[in-house]
Each structure stands twice: as C-alpha cells, then as structure tokens.
Design a protein around this ligand. Structure first.
Ligand code: GRF
Length: 206
C-alpha cells in the first residue's frame, strides 16, 4: 500500500450521467484511484442523481434558477465543493459556462468533456455542427476549463469517423462511447499526477 489518499472528485452534472457512470465504474473496478466526494446537479430531475445515489455517492441539488447572478451561483458551488474537500472538479454534462469565481477557485483542476475535436465546433450542438460542416471525422476533447466556452488547455482527444448517413443521434452515440473511455483516461492521468500544464500546453508524463 502506498498510503496515498484517493483523489477526491466533485462531479457536476445536468443530465443523464453516462459519463458519470463510466467514471464510477472505473473507480469501483480499481482502475482510477479516486473517490467521488459529491455529485452536484443544477437540475433536480437529472438522471445522473439516481446513478449517484445507487452507488452511495452524496448528491447535492443546486439549482441555478434560485440565483440571480452567475457569480453568486458559482460562489455557492465552490463552497459545496470545498465542504467536500474536492481536489478535482469534473464537468460531466454540466450545461453551464463557469465564471471566474469557479475557475479561479480550482486552477487547472476543472475538467470538461466536449463532443467534438476542439477548437472546432465549440458550444452547443457540436455533433450537429460537425454534420452540417461535412467533416469526415469528429470526436471528443477533454480539456481544463478556463473562462471561455470550450477554450481551455486540451488534455486528450479521441477521433471518431462520421458516416454518410449519420444523424445527430447516431453520431452522438458513437462519440459518447469514446467520451467514456477518454474522460476516464484523463482523470486517471490527473489522479496519478502525470499531468503538467504549461500555458496552453498539457504535458503528460509516461
Ligand atoms: C456529453 O455528450 C458531453 O460531451 C456533453 O454533455 C453530454 C453529457 O452526457 N458535455 P451524459 O450526461 O454524461 O450522458
């Protein structure tokens, strides 16, 4: 035994939580040495909350419509994360842009997954944007979060082919499979202290 404490993750969600599930599964299998300290949702009915509860993970429903300012919502989120001693924040389908309040509270310690090969197709409906543009390949990107929309330093990317008869749904499903693997791999790299950030560049050690 190394005696090293597991990295404490705070996972922010808004929806179905398939990425959350992939992370839970890899923690439970021992692949990632981490513990999910809390799952925070801005939507009371997010299915991700059911997944967390099934695995005995503390949940917090933290609805943004109760806050008039984005910064005060984020300040309250930081408090929740701090109260759970979170080391790394994971945005797993969290459908909000973070303010400087969150970004500065966890420098280079907030990860997001985006369903396209950044910097292409930032923002919403990335899969439809890729189809409309006619690219042959798309994929997913795990990146650290800065104050922009999908602009932070890139940690990992996975490429997925775009088929001629793809719809937004079929392409999203193919990309999501890659997301689950790529996100887990990026989290493992962080947890194993193999990531260094140098400006925009993320250096990964063997
Ligand atoms: C994923 O496609 C992710 O790329 C995007 O939101 C979706 C979340 O899906 N940011 P899920 O809630 O993890 O199933």
């Amino acid at each position: 035994m190394s005696g090293k404490l597991p990295c404490r993750l705070g996972v922010l969600v808004s929806g179905s939580g398939t990425n959350l599930q992939a992370i839970i599964d890899r923690i439970e299998s021992g692949e990632i040495c981490a513990e999910i300290a809390c799952v925070i949702s801005n939507k009371a009915d997010a299915y991700a909350l059911t997944r967390a509860t099934r695995h005995g993970i503390p949940i917090v429903i933290h609805e943004n419509h109760k806050f008039s300012e984005r910064q005060s919502y984020d300040a309250a989120t930081v408090e929740i994360l701090r109260s759970h001693n979170v080391d790394l924040v994971i945005l797993a389908g969290f459908m909000r842009i973070l303010t400087d309040v969150m970004v500065n509270a966890f420098p280079n310690a907030i990860m997001n997954i985006h369903p396209a090969l950044l910097p292409s197709f930032q923002g919403l409906h990335a899969q439809q944007q890729a189809l409309d543009y006619g690219v042959r390949y798309s994929g997913c990107t795990v990146h650290f979060v800065d104050c922009g929309t999908d602009t932070g330093p890139i940690i990992l990317q996975s490429v997925v082919p775009v088929e001629q008869n793809d719809t937004e749904a079929t392409l999203s499903a193919r990309i999501q499979k890659a997301e689950h693997q790529t996100f887990a791999t990026a989290i493992k790299l962080f947890v194993d202290s193999k990531i260094k950030v140098d400006g925009r560049k993320v250096l990964i050690s063997a």
